[in-house]
Design a protein around this ligand. Sequence first.
Ligand code: ATR
Length: 248
Amino acid sequence: MDINTKTQIYAIIGDPVEHSKSPAMQNEFFCKTGINAVYLAFHVVKDNLQDVIGGFKKLEELRGFNVTVPHKVEIMKYIDELDPVAMKIGAVNTVVVKDGKWFGYNTDWYGVFKTLQKNNVPCNVKTLIIGAGGASNGVIYGLQQYGISEIAITNRTTEKAIAVAKQFDINVVDFASYKDELDDYQLIINTTTLPFGQMIPDFKKDVIYFDLKYYLESTPDFCIDGKAMLYYQGVKAFELWTGKIIED
Ligand code: ATR
């Protein structure tokens, strides 16, 4: 694809951003669909977000961008129209620019939803989420959309688990004792920054383990990693930007 004066610009902003798989993936989607656009990664630290946003608002060629850590909440200040799902999740990872207006969406939950679907996870699994950080809201929304209703969350900082549980009407499990109750769950999801092996004593064959991380270290290969989640959040973002559906 030739780059010329008609080339549209898409991007991801975050800190860190250098390991992001999104540029390779989105540029492949643009290539596949014959759209004259490029997708770039911009390293934006917290203190520079406002300035970068100011510049972005003036760029006519910018048609959309992804937002990653640590800007997914802060970016909401600059959005003209917030999608109700992004509002419920409380974070924006996809911005669509149309006629100079910024529309904010969250597609992370869809990545979770499709991961469950692709792995044939049944809806009747009792689920434990370990960690109540930035990613957990999207995970819970994805689980609930999928039809999983028995969900509990545990977190080192209990107040955060309580706040999330209240918002999504799920249960809280005490962080001091959740390891004694693991037998109650058929699906266990690690949303913390620590390896799964540090959060649970052992892995059982009849339990489904899902870790949001892209690469899993010292984790059995029957565990689900974050690759499908990343792919499908990107597929949905691409659809929001271009109206084009990337087939599986
Ligand atoms: P944030 O909470 O700022 O959104 P995050 O990186 O999205 O941060 O989430 C990190 C998650 O990993 C949190 O659930 C965090 O627990 P706290 O909320 O108590 O900080 C969890 N985490 C990180 N280090 C941990 C540790 N050493 N032990 C247990 N949980 C840990």
